[in-house]
Design a protein around this ligand. Sequence first.
Ligand code: NI
Length: 176
Amino acid sequence: MSIKPLIILPDPILRQVSKPVERVDSDLRKLAVDMLETMYDAPGIGLAAIQVGEPRRLLVIDLAKEGEEPAPHVFINPEILESSDQRSVYEEGCLSIPDYYAEVERPAAVRVKYLDRDGKLQEMQAEGLMATCLQHEIDHLNGVLFIDHISKLKRDMVVRKFKKLAKDKAPGKMVG
Ligand code: NI
């Protein structure tokens, strides 16, 4: 098991569309375990493989609260089959956009099909936080970030801030 470095905005990797997983094998399961460990360490409640630089359609979610037993979920090649007309608003954040939160409106419930870690086809009817989290993570697989769902004004501000942070952190800068 190992904790992987997280890809942070504005890294263009985050805009890549991830490729379907062709084989659920031990390599893929190892990546899922590493992703869970990376997510718990952050800490976060969801993580897509692209956020650790792997453009594969794989994501992990654990909504267990502090003090509760871990409840890890692994979703491989997840697809939204149905979205509710009813919508809900959550304050979202993202491990690739640290310390920034904004309210996002999405369908309140979704039905998702995916392969589990044994490669078995599963379906889940999700609502509440699970529905929001699944949509946020599936967006990542399509190169979409939660800031794409907020106003352009706010998004431009966030992107500018992270571009500046990245520049300030760039190597080769001598500060005496
Ligand atoms: Ni995210």
